[in-house]
Ligand binder design. Sequence first.
Ligand SMILES: [Zn+2]
Ligand SMILES: [Zn+2]
Length: 476
Amino acid sequence: MTEQTLANLFLEARNRLYKTILEAEGVGTKVYANSVLEQLNRELRRMRAAGNRFVDTRVPSQYQRGLDAIYAYFQSNHLRMRRPENFASIHTDAVNEIARNMQHMIDSSLVTVGRQVQRYVMKAQDEVLRQAGLRQTGVKVASGGTVSDMRAALIKELQENGFMTVQYGSGVGARQVPVDAYASMVARSTSREAGNTARLNQLTENGYDLVKITEHYPTCEVCAMHQGRVYSISGKDKRFPPLSKAFSKYNNIHPNCRHSATPWIESMRTGEEVAEAIQKSNRPWKDSRSAREVALYNSQQDKNRQARNTLYQYERYKARLGEDAPKSLKAFTRIKKAGGSEWEGLHEKYKNWLYEREFNDIIDKKGTLSNYQVRKWYKHHDQAIVSKLDPAAPLEARSRGAHALRNQYRQEARELMADREAAEKLEAENPSMSFENLLIDKMIRKNISESAAMQDIIETSGTTNRVVDRTLGLED
Ligand SMILES: [Zn+2]
Ligand SMILES: [Zn+2]
């Protein structure tokens, strides 16, 4: 099993679970919790099995490759080296330890992501109970709000924290990555660790003490400091720095590093070469990269970061737009790269998602929206009032319907506002009028008949107050 195969298995498991969480029926109910948790356990089992298979096959084979390569190198250079089989127990112990470490990393990452998913599910259940409690105390909770509330809360959570992510690295370099990316990085690091450890053990057992760290460009600021130097494995050869200065206990410079330790045989070098190596190996300990190399390295890193961000962005789009989102990450990336009207349309849909939702669907946003957002939401709904009226209904029924919807949206808009002071001010200055009062008010103010006033109520239902629009930063 290769690193790529392992990463793909993890990715597939993660995608299947993501789909279940977003699409299973009855968010917040026991049935929902059970189907998500059952799926979670299935996927965790699959990922654990894949990790085990990698550890059992790939780790020994990568270690063996390291041994074979170094033995062949010594043979071809007519250097004395006893066959690796002579040190079987040392090699076996090393393989087992590397395997145990990797298994531990994968297992703990699975525990972390498993807990994350359990938390989503519990949160959804808590919210449903909370709302049931509110209803019992007589607080008006919009009916039908629950399910979409939960979905909205879930999406928000996913958007903020990412889905099934694990911390990778530590200190300033630490970042949250999806569990499949994590597994792939651990697998690659472990494979290199196996190769390095094999070489170091076989060299040490044969009495060789010097290794050289490979060089490649561009590289990171830490590896730049170490690459190309010759190190003493034991640290006893004082002409060279000890390998422990470069390598962690995992026999690498840092996780996911591509550098390896290769044999450096003094008897194959001239006196001049040795002197040069000693000098180079004791050069100052600092980032020695040229400005060009730094720029190249950073642009490569940027590209990787962008690819990661596009993945997270795609997941947010999928969570919010469901069927309306592109079917795959590949399709999404293509549309985004091409730009133009297709991308703009998709982006617009994503952005306007909030404004097109019914109040019940965004009830978790109560008291959180900016004035601008609220006004935009209100305008969107007001403009749709006429289309919601039954054209076959009598004039009075349509007029009453338009009036009721407008009052409802106004009320809901005020509930959405984060600025409670402004909301109360609006309430005081523009109180809702009863249908009858509005009718009389219009007939007197505009000097029109009752049926003309009813018609007027319908026609003006889609227009919002210009002055208020402007005060709230919305003009068009
Ligand atoms: Zn590096
Ligand atoms: Zn490196």
